[in-house]
Write a protein that binds this ligand. Structure first.
Ligand code: FES
Length: 102
């Protein structure tokens, strides 16, 4: 599908997370220490929007039941049972614009 603009770097201060909907997919975009990452926004446990959760370092914690995922990789980092990892997407910054490639 290619790269889709999701915002400007000035809108994403370090520690900020934001949801973007791209071609019907909900994507969470995060600024972690000045680098940008994109993963699926929908929790693989029961479908919560992870952008409504809380970010601690590079770990996003789901606001519903507490599953923790690594924003850099999409991998599950903590939950009592095994649930699927999230897809992660390449993020490209060009001239202050942030693009997600899906
Ligand atoms: S919906 Fe995310 S942990 Fe349950």
């Amino acid at each position: 599908m290619g790269k889709i603009i999701v915002g400007k770097t000035s809108d994403f201060t370090p520690g900020k997370i934001q949801k973007a909907t791209i071609d019907g997919k909900d994507i969470l975009v995060a600024n972690i220490d000045g680098n940008y990452y994109a993963i699926n926004d929908t929790c693989t446990h029961a479908g919560a929007s992870l952008s409504e959760g809380s970010l601690d370092g590079q770990i996003i914690k789901c606001g519903w039941h507490g599953a923790k995922f690594d924003c850099k990789t999409g991998n599950l980092s903590e939950f009592p049972v095994k649930i699927k990892d999230l897809n992660s997407y390449k993020v490209i910054v060009e001239s202050e614009n942030i693009f997600v490639e899906i």
